[in-house]
Write a new protein. Structure first.
Length: 386
């Protein structure tokens, strides 16, 4: 059986995602397409706009054969941590032939070249990077310039977020000496971070759709019917504000520095506002600098809340849902995998204190507080079946 994998957040699931799933199946000649999806917290360091089960149901209805959950330590990591952790899980499944990701670029060759150069770091690249950094050029710009000097055209690949993730996926595949092949699907519609909802189109970025949802704009035509049906509430970063303010009030310098993303400088910037009450986003604005991006600060604060102090190798991967007619896919995966697939938490041995359980329960608290909706406890959940 030829199985293609997609790594995704689906925050929320929209028409562009449905297009990508269909293209992934067609381009790779897949018998099945599985998704490794972020849980209730995503790579930007924020809660997902809607819970993981609603997003799972939308993905299955749009053609995914099975959806698995990415551990929160992976889903909320930097691009490199996110990519390596997700690819490592797929590689350990031992049945995935291809990883299909979306990119801004139609030139997959430049993406593969950039990945190989960054992973192998030939002498010419290292020397040029060292020279540029010594001149005071910021690291991201120096890396792009060094890539262009070695292989013209590859540096600009890193200017766009989906391209960057594709490069990190391929670097992880090279590092792991994986048999999984990378294929790319160029985005349709607007760019990844474009916040515009174009009235003449039914495709928009997840960023634009989230912004529209939070502002009360009608986003119905941009998301799939199943996603619309389940979008009974929406959660945003600022819903974490009371929790964050309490955690910061109770944290000293040692507590802050236990989170790898929090440098001494960041810790001092946080402590300089000790006792103040701010929204989650306001805290980010207070802490970020030219060299500390919004996303890095957001991830650091979320990790502080969740008590995440590293990214360990996951001991298992959870099945969130599957299609009735895809049971053969699950059998193939169960027979071949080197990483246990958990269908129910009860009896799985997963501790209540694990980051994933803490994250899910925190998310459920946010949903109950904001919308009065009570989500089932993780131990009472079974996979979604459509």
């Amino acid at each position: 059986m030829r199985i293609t994998a997609v790594i995704a957040e689906y925050n929320p699931f929209h028409n562009g995602h449905r297009y990508h799933l269909a293209k992934a199946r067609a381009m790779t000649g897949a018998d099945a397409v599985i998704v490794l999806m972020s849980g209730d917290f995503v790579q930007r360091g924020e809660p997902a706009v809607i819970d993981k089960y609603a997003r799972t149901e939308a993905a299955l209805a749009a053609g995914a054969d099975a959806v698995f959950m990415m551990p929160v330590q992976v889903s909320t990591g930097s691009a490199a941590v996110f990519a390596h952790g997700a690819v490592r899980i797929l590689d350990r499944m031992k049945a995935v032939s291809c990883l299909c990701c979306g990119t801004e670029s139609e030139d997959s060759g430049s993406i593969l070249q950039a990945a190989e150069l960054l992973q192998n770091e030939p002498g010419e690249f290292r020397e040029e990077l060292k020279k540029l950094l010594s001149s005071g050029m910021p690291y991201p710009a120096a890396v792009s310039s060094a890539l262009d000097s070695v292989c013209p055209g590859t540096g600009s690949v890193l200017d766009l977020p989906n391209n960057t993730l594709a490069v990190e996926y391929d670097r992880a595949l090279i590092r792991l000496v994986s048999d999984i092949k990378l294929c790319t699907v160029p985005r349709i519609g607007t760019d990844h971070n474009d916040n515009t909802l174009l009235p003449e189109s039914d495709v928009a970025s997840a960023s634009a759709i989230r912004k529209g949802i939070l502002e009360g704009t009608d986003t119905a035509k941009y998301i799939t019917p199943e996603m619309r049906q389940n979008l009974h509430y929406h959660i945003s970063a600022d819903d974490l504000s009371p929790v964050l303010n309490y955690v910061l009030l109770m944290s000293g310098k040692k507590d802050l520095l236990a989170v790898p993303e929090i440098s001494e400088d960041m810790a001092l910037r946080i402590l300089s506002h000790a006792g103040e009450y701010h929204s989650f986003r306001e805290w980010i604005s207070l802490i970020k600098t030219r060299n500390l991006t919004y996303a890095r600060v957001s991830r650091a604060l979320l990790h502080l809340i969740l008590g995440i102090t590293g990214c360990e190798e996951p001991s298992a991967v959870r099945l969130l849902g599957f299609r009735k007619d895809s049971s053969e896919v699950l059998r193939v995966l169960q027979d071949s995998t080197e990483i246990p697939i958990v269908t129910k938490l009860a009896g799985s041995g997963l501790s209540d204190a694990s980051p994933d359980i803490r994250a899910s329960r925190l998310y459920a608290m946010l949903v109950k507080e904001k919308a009065g909706v009570i989500l089932k406890d993780e131990y009472l959940r079974s996979p979604i079946i459509v």
